[in-house]
Design a protein around this ligand. Structure first.
Ligand code: MOS
Length: 749
């Protein structure tokens, strides 16, 4: 074993960073091939915590109730832009039951971004916070603050375009000579489409409970990144990170909107310190819809020039991205730059500041918005060139990342097209447009998916095998609802040669200090599972060498599978406990780290979705009847969890295409539909038939598993495929999504 530092590239949602990472991948493990004789990995397994979650037994952050715990509420800006004129902090402190009050001028504004402001720049921005014996007393404390503010006119998207109010410089990327190539193309199409402000809407709103313990604290946080939360809390309160314990055992989704400690944990920690009592701060559903975040609204114009043979001559993209009050830009231009082979590309991105909450990450941020418009323009080009839309995509397949010039570590997109076409009966597509007995207009459309999701170091795991022959796998995974802990259990059991029920897996707690990255960027499976397998490989080798001593046979003559140690000649066949029961209270320990991704490749995920829709031209109602989703994400560890991810992504994509949009009052700039009855996420009645498949071939260039991530890919192409199906059905294309009945009627008129 030889731990060493290696220089590696870390990728998170398309941002690349060079880092030194500690690697100890000297475990002799090869990537499991497609032919490897696996008995657990690759077969559907129910998640071990499913019954607990489904029965209400799982303790989410909002369920944490500590002795003496106070309840916190936040005073939020009722207007989208303004300045606090007066705030009666003393009156709030005198309110019965109130134990701590924080205002924008308090000690909390030191260092870093103060989570409380006296000059709100979006509706809902926190101004003050109160902790009290009961939620009602906290509410009364907020009223006693008697906020008065001066209102300022909101910054709105359209004005931002003329005033050029950018959160950062407009970004231009040019490849080749797009002007000349466009001018000389055989066909040119131009399409403008607005994409909606899409709210993550996790089932569990943002929440934190914090308890101080001497010179440290324990924080229960509903977060996608408990180690990031630990770092932020330690920094802000000047604590030793090991004295900050973050527990994120059960999380009701995040979708990108729950990064790090969040305002909730920071405020709860400060209130808890001020009151010297534990504090819970949990957002209401309505608060979460307004302040949790959203995917940025965009207005994109795509121009594509095509040649008669179906190849692309040039692509031009101009994308206006509504950033809100702050924030950075997500890779909206990436699909134009990398989805198809094209030598001449120009992309321009304009991030515009407005008076709404800063946009934040939402499941494949940027790329989903980009694909949603680019893929509609591709269908327009297919029509202009009289080429089948799926064929047009095949004709422009590319084996390299055109930005870096590097080959993809593996890319089986053509297989996705073939399989999706077969499952959707693509060849019968035009028959859908014949008059239907039910009077509905039907159509079918496709779209291509690209995203990253290769994961990478650092990620660690430890495994301890005890006298009962049971393995305890400790990881830093916070399972945000995807079942990744179950995958870790499967990988450990497979490599250890133990049955699943002899493996116990732990995560959701920074206490053991076993690091895993944020559950974002589709990286948990590709980052953590190789570390788990590496740790298991080491334990397995130690176990077999101990078995050799006990059984007086060479370790090379022994095999381990299904909890049995056998000799290759078949003479010996014993349970692992025959060896482990000699351990007493000792354990066989192994640690694993995630090795680097190979140099010289880009690691991406790919896929194709085909949607079939039915449109009622009388009511404007669009129903998605079926979505076929076929993706290439390398090896599939747990097909059951993977299919759930696909279904979830598709359903969220249906909402993006048809109903979801956070709408802002054009006079006040305040969001008007922050409730689930007016911001409509799909319900079970809206869910189409979802037909899925995976290429499921390991990426031989990735360490020891060949698995990529799947959290984000499935949402990427759904809305584009639906919009293309709508255009196929009706012959019209809407200038904006979502395709609400009103917009559909307007488009068809
Ligand atoms: Mo990112 S949207 O947290 O996967």
């Amino acid at each position: 074993m030889s731990p060493r530092f290696v220089k590696s590239q870390r990728e998170m949602e398309g941002r690349f960073e060079d880092v030194w990472v500690l690697v100890d991948d000297d475990d002799g493990l090869e990537t499991w091939s497609s032919e490897a004789d696996l008995t657990i990995v690759g077969r559907p397994a129910v998640r071990h915590d499913g019954p607990l979650r489904a029965s209400g037994g799982a303790r989410y952050t909002v369920d944490v109730a500590l002795p003496g715990m106070l309840h916190a509420k936040v005073l939020r800006a009722p207007v989208s832009r303004g300045r606090v004129l007066s705030l009666d902090l003393d009156a709030a402190r005198r309110t019965p039951g109130v134990r701590a009050v924080l205002g924008p001028d308090g000690p909390f504004t030191m260092g870093g971004d103060p989570p409380l402001t006296a000059e709100p720049s979006w509706a809902g921005e926190p101004i003050a916070a109160v902790a009290a014996e009961t939620p009602e007393a906290a509410e009364a404390g907020l009223v006693a603050l008697a906020l008065e503010l001066e209102e300022r006119p909101p910054l709105l998207l359209d004005e931002g375009l003329t005033e050029q109010r950018f959160t950062e410089e407009p970004r231009e990327v040019v490849r080749g000579d797009p002007d000349t190539a466009l001018a000389s193309a055989d066909a040119r199409v131009e399409l403008t489409c607005e994409t909606p402000a899409h709210v993550q809407t996790p089932l569990e709103p943002h929440a934190a409970v914090v308890r101080w313990e001497g010179d440290g604290l324990t924080a229960w946080v509903s977060t996608q990144g408990m180690f990031d939360a630990r770092r932020e809390l330690a920094r802000r309160f000047d604590l030793v990170p090991e004295r900050v314990r973050v527990i994120s055992e059960f999380i009701g989704g995040g979708f990108g909107g729950k990064q790090g400690a969040g305002v909730e944990a920071l405020l709860a920690a400060e209130l808890a310190r001020a009151a010297d009592r534990p504090v819970r701060l949990a957002l209401s559903r309505h608060e979460d819809q307004l302040v949790g975040g959203r995917r940025a609204r965009t207005r994109q114009t795509v121009t594509i020039g095509g040649r008669r043979d179906g190849t692309l001559a040039a692509i031009e993209l101009a994308a206006v991205v509504e950033m809100g009050a702050a924030g950075w830009i997500f890779p909206v231009a990436e699909p134009a730059l990398s989805l198809y082979a094209c030598d001449n590309v120009r992309t321009m991105t304009f991030p515009v500041r407005t008076s709404i909450r800063a946009q934040n990450a939402f499941r494949a941020p940027g790329v989903t918005e980009g694909v949603t418009v680019l893929e509609q323009a591709m269908d327009e080009l297919a029509a202009a060139l009289a080429i089948d839309p799926l064929e047009l995509r095949r004709l422009n397949h590319v084996e390299r990342d055109q930005g870096s010039g590097l080959p993809y570590s593996s890319k089986r997109l053509l297989a996705c097209y073939d399989r999706a076409a077969e499952l959707a009966q693509w060849t019968k597509r035009d028959a859908l447009r014949e008059p239907q007995p039910d009077g509905l207009l039907r159509g079918m459309g496709c779209a291509t998916q690209i995203w990253w999701g290769g994961g990478g170091p650092p990620a660690h795991a430890t495994i301890r095998l005890d006298a009962d022959g049971r393995a305890l796998v400790t990881t830093g995974i916070q399972d945000i609802g995807t079942g990744t802990l179950t995958s870790a259990r499967m990988v450990a059991a497979e490599e250890l040669g133990l049955e699943l029920d002899r493996v116990v897996v732990r995560g959701g707690d920074t206490g053991p200090n076993v690091y895993a990255p944020v559950s974002g960027g589709s990286m948990t499976t590709p980052a953590v599972m190789p570390a788990v397998r590496s740790a298991a490989g080491k334990v397995r080798r130690i176990l077999l060498s101990l078995a050799a001593d006990v059984l007086e046979i060479s370790a090379d003559d022994l095999t381990l599978a299904g909890g049995r140690i056998r000799s290759r000649d078949g003479a010996l066949d014993v349970d692992v406990t025959e060896v482990t029961d000699k351990l007493g209270n000792a354990t066989i320990d192994g640690t694993g780290t995630r090795g680097p991704n190979p140099d010289g490749f880009r690691v991406n995920t790919f896929g194709c979705q085909i949607a079939q829709v039915a449109v009622d031209a009388g009511t404007g109602l669009v129903r998605v009847e079926r979505v076929v989703a076929v993706h290439d994400v390398g090896r599939i560890v747990n097909p059951l969890a993977a299919s759930s991810q696909l279904e979830g992504g598709v359903i969220q994509g249906v909402g993006y295409a048809l109903t979801e949009d956070l709408i802002v009052d054009p006079t006040t700039g305040v969001p008007v539909n922050g409730h689930l009855d007016d911001y409509k996420v799909p319900t079970i009645a809206d869910v189409p038939e979802i037909v899925w498949d995976f290429v499921d071939i390991p990426d031989e260039n990735l360490p020891n598993l060949g698995a990529k991530g799947l959290g984000e890919p499935p949402i990427v192409p759904t809305a584009a495929a639906i919009a293309n199906a709508f255009a196929h059905a009706t012959g019209r294309r809407a200038s904006a999504l979502p395709l609400t009945p009103a917009r559909v009627l307007e488009t068809l008129a």
